[in-house]
Design a protein around this ligand. Structure first.
Ligand code: ZN
Length: 119
């Protein structure tokens, strides 16, 4: 790995949250957690977070939406890092990844389109 930051002497950014949620449900079944660096669901093979993972996360963080927002934002950062390195030219766009990881979670607002510019 080429750590551009390591060469400059600056600290390497801390890695985001460990993707260990949602917990297995029902207990004993494969958890709907991502396989990195592909970010596919370990249980069902769909792009993570799959529908089941979103549902389970909503239930698991029902009393703590701030923690869910932070978790999703952290994983968005991690997934962007992984997927851009994996496929820098025709992978998902930042907007697509934001929609996939963050926008469905708590405290979401509709995407704001940039204002049209008359020329
Ligand atoms: Zn799944």
């Amino acid at each position: 790995m080429t750590g551009g930051r390591a060469r400059t002497g600056l600290p390497v950014p801390r890695l985001g949250p460990y993707a260990d949620r949602p917990r297995p449900y029902p207990p004993g079944h494969p958890p709907h957690v991502p396989i990195r660096p592909l970010w596919m669901c370990r249980a069902c093979g769909q792009p993570w977070p799959c529908a089941e993972a979103r549902l389970l996360l909503r239930v698991e963080y029902d009393q703590n939406p701030v923690e869910l927002a932070i978790y999703l934002s952290g994983l968005y950062h991690e997934a962007t890092h992984d997927l851009f390195r994996l496929n820098p030219h025709d992978g998902p766009t930042p907007r697509e990844l934001f929609e996939r990881f963050v926008a469905w979670g708590p405290y979401r607002r509709g995407m704001v389109e940039p204002p049209a510019v008359d020329r």
